[in-house]
Ligand binder design. Structure first.
Ligand code: FAD
Ligand code: NAI
Length: 480
C-alpha cells in the first residue's frame, strides 16, 4: 500500500475535526480528514456526535415536540381551533433523519469544496516518522477506505461517548443513551431519566411534551449547579409547572431491566427508599472522552485519568505536531467550543495566533423556557470576592414577549462594581439561545453595562429585555 502524504491529518469529522480541516485547507495546507461514522446504509456520515446523535437531532425533536405542545395547549388562546390532534412519531423521526442527512451531505460538500481529502474509516496511529516525530506521523485508515497516511501535523478530534452507569449498560431498547433517546419508536407512557443535566432536561422535555410522564433523578442536591442560582430557580419552577418531576439529592441503587421496562431503586434526599418503575430509562450522567481505537500508545500520546488527551491551553499534546480539540480534551463539551479550538489550531499550525476565549463561551439549554448564559454567575463572583452590581428585567414586562404569549423568565446582567464591565449575562426565557449572542459580543469587546444600555434596540423585540437589564444595573429601567 503506498503512503499518502499530507501537511495536516485530522482524525474525527465532528464539529472540532471537520472545521479544523476546512480552516487548515483555507490556509493552504494539504489536508486529510478521517471519520468513521456510518449512516444507516453504511455510508459516510460526518458531523460526529453533534450532527448524528447530538445537537442537531435533539433540536429537530425539540422543535417538533414544541409545535405539538403549542398546538395542544397554546393555539386556542390565539383563536385557533384544532380537533383530533395527534403525533406521528415515525414521521417526526423521519423528519429528524432528513435534517441529519442534510447536514452530513453539507459537510461532505464543504470538505470537497475546500479540497480536503476525506477518508471514511477509523484512523489509528502507527508510528512517529523520524526522531521524536520530526518527520510527522503515520496513520492507518481502516474501514470503507483503507489507506496509510503520513502527516506533518495530526489534529485529534475523536469526541466523546455517553458515560455508562455501573449496573445499567445501554441496550438502546429500554436503557437508553442519547442515541436511543433520539429514536424511541413510540411515546413511552413513563420515562425515567438519571441526571438532570443538559441532555436530561432537553430529552425529558421532548418526550414529556409528547405525552410521557417523566421523572428525573439527580444526584446533586441543587438543580443545575453550574447555572446562576436565580436563573436555575426560575427554570426549575417552570419545568415543574410543566409536569417534569425532578427529584434532587437522590442516590441511585440497583437497576433492573426486564420485559416490562426498567425499575430503579433509589434513596431520596430524606433517606427514604423508593423504586421508580418506567417503560424506558435514559441515562444522561455526562460524557467521557473517546480515544477508542486511536492507538495513542503507539506514539506515546499522553492521556489523563479520565481518558482525555492531555493538552496545554493551545491544544498542543505532549508530542510535537500532535494537537487535540473538542470533547476529547479538557473544557466544556460543546460543539462551538470544539469548532473554535479547531480553527485556532489550524491557525497556530500556520504560524498565526489562533485564540479561544474560554471566558466568553456561551452555554444554551434548549428547553422551554430556554436557558442561556455567558461569563460568571452571581455565586462565582461572590466566591471570588469580586464586587459587582446586578440588574435584571422580566420578560413579563417586555411587549414582544407578551405578543408571543411567552413571558416566563428574565435577563440578568452582572457588572463590575467599579468599572461597570459586564461580567456575566444569564437568561431564562423565550429565544434565550439567540439573545445570548449580543451578550457574548459585548463581553468580547469588554463592554460596560452602560454601553449596552445606551445602544438602540429594535422595538418590539426580546432584545429590549437585555437593554433593560443593562439599565437595571444602574437602577433605571424604563419599562419596569
Ligand atoms: P464529536 O462530535 O463526537 O465527533 C467525533 C467524530 O470522530 C465522530 O464522528 C467519531 O465517529 C469520529 N471518530 C472517533 N474516533 C475516530 C477514529 N479513531 N477514527 C476516525 N473517526 C473517529 N453541543 C452544543 O454546543 N450545542 C448543543 O445543542 C448540543 N446538544 C447536544 C445534544 C446531545 C444529545 C449530545 C449527546 C451532545 C450535544 N452537544 C451539544 C455536545 C456536542 O455534540 C459535542 O460537544 C460535539 O459534538 C463535540 O465535537 P467533537 O468534534 O469534539 O466530537
Ligand atoms: P451533564 O454533565 O450536563 O449532566 C449530568 C448530570 O447527571 C449532572 O447533573 C450530574 O450531577 C448527574 N449525575 C451524575 N451521576 C449521577 C448518578 N449516578 N445519579 C444521578 N445523577 C447523576 O451531562 P449530560 O446531560 O449527559 O450531557 C453531556 C454533555 O453534553 C453536557 O455536559 C454538554 O456538554 C453536552 N450537551 C450540550 C447541550 C447543549 O449545549 N444544549 C445539549 C446536550 C448535551
Amino acid at each position: 500500500m503506498s503512503t499518502k502524504n499530507f501537511d495536516v491529518i485530522v482524525i474525527g469529522g465532528g464539529p472540532g475535526g471537520y472545521i479544523a480541516a476546512i480552516r487548515a485547507a483555507q490556509l493552504g495546507f494539504n489536508v486529510a480528514c478521517i471519520d468513521e461514522w456510518k449512516n444507516d446504509k453504511g455510508g459516510p456520515a460526518p458531523g460526529g456526535t453533534c450532527t448524528n446523535v447530538g445537537c442537531i437531532p435533539s433540536k429537530a425533536l425539540l422543535q417538533s415536540s414544541e409545535h405539538y405542545e403549542h398546538a395542544g395547549k397554546h393555539f386556542a388562546a390565539h383563536g385557533i381551533g384544532l380537533s383530533n390532534l395527534s403525533i406521528d412519531v415515525t414521521k417526526m423521526l423521519g423528519r429528524k433523519n432528513t435534517v441529519i442527512k442534510q447536514n452530513n451531505e453539507g459537510i461532505l460538500y464543504l470538505l470537497k469544496k475546500n479540497d480536503v481529502a476525506f477518508f471514511h474509516g477509523r484512523g489509528a496511529f502507527v508510528k512517529a516518522v523520524g526522531e521524536g516525530g520530526q518527520g510527522g506521523y503515520e496513520v492507518q485508515v481502516s474501514g470503507s477506505s483503507e489507506a496509510l497516511l503520513t502527516g506533518k501535523n495530526v489534529i485529534v478530534a475523536t469526541g466523546s461517548n455517553a458515560r455508562t452507569l455501573a449496573g445499567a449498560p445501554f441496550d438502546e431498547g429500554n436503557i437508553l443513551s442519547n442515541d436511543g433517546a433520539l429514536r424511541l419508536p413510540a411515546v413511552p407512557k413513563t420515562l425515567g431519566l438519571i441526571g438532570s443535566g443538559v441532555i436530561g432536561l432537553e430529552m425529558g422535555s421532548v418526550w414529556r411534551r409528547l405525552g410521557a410522564q417523566v421523572t428525573v433523578l439527580e444526584a446533586l442536591p441543587t438543580f443545575l449547579g453550574a447555572v446562576d442560582e436565580q436563573i436555575a430557580k426560575e427554570a426549575h419552577k417552570a419545568f415543574t409547572r410543566q409536569g417534569l418531576k425532578i427529584e434532587l439529592g437522590v442516590k441511585v441503587g440497583d437497576i433492573t431491566n426486564g420485559a416490562d421496562g426498567v425499575s430503579v431503586a433509589y434513596t431520596t434526599a430524606k433517606g427514604e427508599a423508593k423504586t421508580l418503575a418506567v417503560e424506558k430509562l435514559i441515562v444522561s450522567i455526562g460524557r467521557v472522552p473517546n480515544t477508542t481505537g486511536l492507538n495513542a500508545e503507539a506514539v506515546g500520546l499522553a492521556l489523563d485519568e479520565r481518558g482525555a488527551i492531555v493538552v496545554d491551553d493551545e491544544c498542543r499534546s505532549n508530542l510535537p505536531g500532535i494537537w487535540a480539540v473538542g470533547d476529547v480534551v479538557r473544557g466544556p463539551m460543546l460543539a462551538h467550543k470544539a469548532e473554535e479550538e479547531g480553527v485556532a489550531v489550524a491557525e497556530r499550525i500556520a504560524g498565526q495566533h489562533g485564540h479561544v476565549n474560554f471566558n466568553t463561551i456561551p452555554w444554551v439549554i434548549y428547553t422551554s423556557p430556554e436557558i442561556a448564559w455567558v461569563g460568571q454567575t452571581e455565586q462565582q463572583l461572590k466566591a471570588a470576592g469580586r464586587e459587582y452590581k446586578a440588574g435584571s428585567f422580566p420578560f413579563l414586562a417586555n411587549g414582544r414577549a407578551r405578543a408571543l404569549g411567552d413571558t416566563t423568565g428574565m435577563v440578568k446582567m452582572l457588572a463590575d462594581a467599579k468599572t461597570d464591565e459586564i461580567l456575566g449575562v444569564h437568561i431564562v426565557g423565550p429565544m434565550a439561545s439567540e439573545l445570548i449572542a449580543e451578550a457574548v459580543v459585548a463581553m468580547e469587546f469588554k463592554a460596560s453595562s452602560e454601553d449596552l444600555a445606551r445602544i438602540c434596540h429594535a422595538h418590539p423585540s426580546l432584545s429590549e429585555a437585555t437593554k433593560e437589564a443593562a439599565l437595571a444595573v444602574d437602577k433605571r429601567t424604563l419599562n419596569f
